[in-house]
Write a protein that binds this ligand. Structure first.
Ligand code: ADP
Ligand code: ZN
Length: 791
């Protein structure tokens, strides 16, 4: 099959000659000139290749005779590229007998493909098409989209070749054994050493970064200190054990007969039935309250397509990939692959190969699982479709839910988007008839929705800690009745700011324009944006006053308060500080499930998806944390968080109760969440967005310029904006340019510009050429389509 011919006629792909000229905008030299004329020999093929660079053009090469018959679209190849030192790796996207129509062979001399890297194509024609769409939609290059689709472990054939791995030095290992790492290293550095020492398999750089949640800079620093060394090793895929979480011995993983569907579940399945048995694109929005049994509907739907010999992909937010969720799928299906972010490159590679070989029926995973190389896809499910973590915040800045809908349409299969609090985008797609809505308005077993009470913090003037009298008493009562308690506070650390009472100076990160958070455990100020740590200053950095005031409550401080108030009840904190170690998340949830832990407190990690029948009280310590951010989705997110965490209670035989502490008890986001009234909230929030053309009424593109030189960065974005205004369709509205809400991150100043437009086409046309004015040195421009983060 040739994707190519079709592509050539598209406006996006340009002839190689022009590609070369365009490439020089990005500092690459023209690639013609030096090679022999061997490429014009008879019998060769024309090969379209894309590379992981910022220019979006298909480059044309010749396949010399020795490669003819072996080269196929979807393989990786090595090709010479002007400006690059040696050959670079690219993806073959087309193989043709004839040159592209608009390529003038008299003017361009084509170079040869040097080498084919994969015996078999890594991606099929449909994935080529999907990545092509991504590159156009998200305005990245096709090569960048392809690199996101093919995991690093597959690209470097992790486990089958010589790879570069990291090992801790003997000193580092000793310090780890003696538990003295934290004394000399930052938290991230210590976490990286920890992962290296603990892992039974050898880890690559990306493995360590992923597991320790750190950047490559942390490892480089450790290497510079001699604490980490690199080694080359050859390993084979089958030699290596997976580090899938050990099955919980107490859990029953034996197949469990499916529950008898409730009337609503049966009705939902009936609505989905024809689509599940058919071969057509069919998008559904499953709007079901928390505890309505949506997961059961997904499972039954998947059973139906698997019975037809087809495969299903299930996307869930990373934090919902709990053992409980995984068990639910493993109990019902034999051939399940779970793709979570802790997988090593080798494991990821192995899963990829098994999926591609047709050995897997159900793929469950976070964001990137949408690219699983299934062979006979039959269904895609996106659970908690409103979750922001489906959006990738690095290039390609795709939204996995939207890619899922696109993939389903290319593969002619149904896609189920499920949520108790759908995104405004999906809701309005359903309203406009693009998605079929399936409602599940009541909880399984006729359980009532929990009663939600608001506690007005304006009346709690004497409140010193995080818990009001009412919340504290409600906790005592719930615990006395043998219930369990979940406390949500979406802010980690001990004190959330340090301020000088004399001059009002707030102590900031050394590298970012962000207030530093006090972490008592480490006795340091930590930046939650760049993770840099600084010692607590003895005096105000601005006026020298010798006493600084530590204020604001984070989860670390709340934990201390809870321990003091409830010394006889086991409590556990769950946030990214306490959950840094691989497996700690599972261990904490298991302890809570068993009832050993009575109080679970933490950030949004505890707010979503958990299904524990004995939770009779949920407390929201501060509902206003995200409410006043400069972002048109601030209210939507607050509504979702409060509604979702409220949904964690009343899931068993006993009714649940929710107490929400807030300074804004009249805010519609909080009021509607308290009444479990999603449609009421939509009725308030959606109209606010149509005037300013915010999503879903307008397509939004955000341009972010960043650089160390503030003036240069700002001037560049101003000039770019002025030029864009000149060419912009009148339907496009400009917001900015202006400083981003967080002006400086990691020493780089940030300015942004939002473009909003009722339709996509004018925006895409305008943004397809950002080459003028030329981007100054040391300034970077990011284009974010359908942005989620506005900071
Ligand atoms: P949701 O995903 O909508 O929040 P779940 O699928 O987690 O809801 O279901 C909530 C609870 O109800 C789970 O404990 C689940 O096992 C149980 N449940 C779901 N469907 C049924 C059913 N038909 N009969 C009995 N229990 C069910
Ligand atoms: Zn910082």
């Amino acid at each position: 099959m040739s994707v190519v011919n079709q592509d050539r006629n598209d406006e996006g792909a340009r002839p190689a000659g022009e590609a070369i000229r365009q490439a020089s905008w990005f500092g690459l030299d023209a690639q013609d000139g030096s090679q022999s004329d061997a490429d014009h020999e008879a019998g060769g093929l024309y090969v379209g290749v894309v590379v992981n660079r910022a220019f979006d053009h298909v480059l044309t090469y010749r396949a010399p005779k020795k490669l003819v018959g072996r080269i196929q679209p979807g393989q990786r190849v090595k090709v010479p590229l002007g400006g690059a030192r040696g050959p670079v790796v690219g993806y073959c996207v087309s193989v043709d007998l004839l040159p592209p129509k608009d390529l003038d062979l008299a003017k361009v001399r084509l170079k040869n493909v040097v080498e084919i890297l994969d015996a078999e194509p890594l991606i099929d024609a449909r994935m080529l098409e999907l990545t092509r769409w991504m590159s156009r939609y998200y305005l990245c290059s096709w090569g960048q989209a392809l690199d996101a689709v093919v995991p690093a472990g597959v690209r470097n054939q992790a486990g089958t070749r010589v790879g570069t791995f990291l090992v801790p030095s003997p000193e580092a290992r000793q310090a780890w054994e003696e538990k003295t790492l934290e004394a000399t290293l930052t938290a991230k550095q210590a976490a990286a050493i920890e992962e290296l020492c603990r892992s039974e398999e050898t880890l690559t750089l990306s493995d360590v970064c992923r597991r320790a949640r750190c950047g490559a800079g942390v490892i480089k620093n450790l290497r510079d200190q001699g604490l980490v060394h690199t080694v080359k090793r050859r390993l084979s895929l089958d030699e290596i054990q997976t580090d899938e979480p050990e099955p919980d011995p107490s859990a029953d993983v034996a197949p469990k007969p499916a529950a008898i569907p409730t009337a609503e579940q049966a009705a939902a399945l009936e609505a989905l039935g024809p689509a599940l048995d058919g071969d057509a694109f069919a998008p559904f929005l499953i709007f079901g309250v928390t505890g309505s049994g949506k997961t059961e509907v997904y499972l039954k739907a998947i059973e139906r397509v698997v019975a037809r010999g087809r495969e299903a992909i299930v996307l869930v937010p990373e934090i919902s990939l709990t053992p409980q969720t995984i068990r639910r799928f493993r109990r019902r299906f034999d051939r399940v692959a779970v793709l979570h972010s802790h997988l090593s490159d080798v494991e990821r590679h192995r899963h990829w190969r098994r999926i591609a070989a047709g050995e897997i029926d159900v793929v469950v995973g976070a964001r990137s699982a949408i690219f699983a190389p299934t062979r006979r896809l039959g269904l895609i499910v996106v659970d908690e479709e409103h979750e922001n973590t489906f959006k990738q915040e690095t290039v390609p800045r795709y939204h996995a839910r939207d890619v899922a809908v696109k993939r389903a349409s290319l593969e002619n299969v149904p896609v189920l988007l499920g949520s108790a609090t759908p995104s405004m985008e999906s809701w309005s797609n359903a309203e406009r008839g693009r998605y079929t809505r399936v409602d599940m308005p009541s909880r399984v077993g006729g359980r009532p929705m929990p009663n939600v009470e608001l506690i007005d913090l304006r009346n709690e003037k004497r409140l010193i800690g995080g818990l009001s009298d009412s919340l504290r008493q409600a906790m005592h009562r719930a615990l006395d009745d043998d219930g369990q308690v979940i406390l949500l506070l979406n802010r980690r650390g001990y004190n959330t700011f340090v301020i000088c009472p004399k001059c009002g100076e707030v102590v900031k990160c050394h590298h970012c324009d962000v207030a530093a958070t006090y972490h008592k455990g480490r006795h340091r100020l930590i930046c939650h944006t760049c993770d840099a740590e600084r010692v607590c200053p003895p005096a105000c950095p601005a006026c020298g006053a010798s006493i600084l005031h530590y204020g604001g409550i984070g989860t670390e401080r709340l934990e201390r308060e809870v321990r003091a108030e409830f010394p006889f009840h086991e409590s556990r904190r769950m946030d990214s500080d306490t959950m840094r170690k691989h497996g700690s998340h599972e261990a904490t949830l298991a302890a809570f499930k068993s009832g050993d832990v009575r109080i679970l407190l933490g950030t949004q990690m505890i707010a979503k998806g958990l299904d524990f029948p004995n939770v009779t009280l949920v407390g929201v310590v501060d509902a206003d944390v995200g409410l006043h951010l400069p972002d048109f989705r601030a209210a939507e997110r607050t509504f979702q968080l409060v509604a979702q965490v409220a949904g964690r209670t009343g899931r068993g035989d006993r009714p649940g109760r929710v107490l929400v502490q807030t300074f804004s008890p009249d805010h519609p986001a909080i009021l509607h969440a308290a009444k479990h009234d999603y449609e009421g909230f939509v009725g308030w929030d959606l109209p606010n967005r149509s005037g300013p053309l915010a999503s879903p009424f307008g397509r939004v593109a955000r341009l972010i310029a960043r650089g160390r030189d503030e003036a240069r960065t700002e001037t560049y974005l101003r000039d770019l904006s002025a030029r864009l205004r000149e060419f912009a369709d009148p339907s496009i509205r400009f917001l900015g340019p202006c400083p981003a809400p967080v002006l400086k991150i990691r020493e780089e100043f940030r300015f942004h510009l939002q473009l909003r437009c009722p339709t996509t086409a004018p925006l895409r046309a305008l943004l397809s050429d950002l080459s003028k004015p030329p981007i100054p040195p040391k300034v970077e421009l990011a284009v974010d389509i359908d942005p989620i983060s506005m900071l």
